[in-house]
Design a protein around this ligand. Structure first.
Ligand code: CDP
Ligand code: MG
Length: 135
């Protein structure tokens, strides 16, 4: 059974969208197997967003999320990685389709509510960063 890492970012927690987003995941038929609300440290965020470390938005991204509550989850189900990416929608809310989480609730790329792993390799890496060696 495939597992993926999903995080509701600080803007999603702050806007009270945790229940709505979790409902969508459960209604889809995917299963929550780990879930925790934690204050994201700069270290964990820098590690999580490692692939973007040389991008111009990297510092602002980490700064805007650090020391704020995020909801970290492990989601399980057949094709959960691809399914969650489809449900999340494009990172740019101008491109995110209605019916996706970002398409329905976000208007800014910097506050696009949610993260989901983009590959099996990322999922394993990110689950380990946020939850340790639970696989
Ligand atoms: O989150 P996703 O995998 O869809 O997109 P990404 O390209 O891996 O970018 C990671 C995150 O960086 C995005 O979700 C945005 O929050 C942020 N970002 C940004 O603030 N400005 C950009 N130009 C691109 C990404
Ligand atoms: Mg990404």
């Amino acid at each position: 059974m495939e597992r993926t890492f999903v995080m509701i970012k600080p803007d999603g927690v702050e806007r009270g969208l945790v229940g709505e987003i979790i409902s969508r995941i459960e209604n889809k038929g995917l299963k929550l197997i780990q879930l925790k609300l934690i204050f994201a440290s700069p270290d964990i965020l820098e590690n999580h967003y490692m692939e973007h470390r040389n991008k111009p938005f990297f510092k602002d991204l980490v700064d805007s999320m650090k020391d704020k509550p995020v909801l970290a989850m492990v989601v399980e189900g057949e094709n959960s990685i691809k399914l969650m990416r489809i449900m999340v929608g494009d990172k740019d809310p101008l491109c995110a389709l209605p019916g996706t989480i970002r398409g329905d609730y976000a208007i800014e790329t910097t506050k696009n509510l949610i993260h989901a792993s983009d590959s099996r390799e990322s999922a394993v890496r990110e689950i380990t960063i946020w939850f340790g060696d639970i696989l």
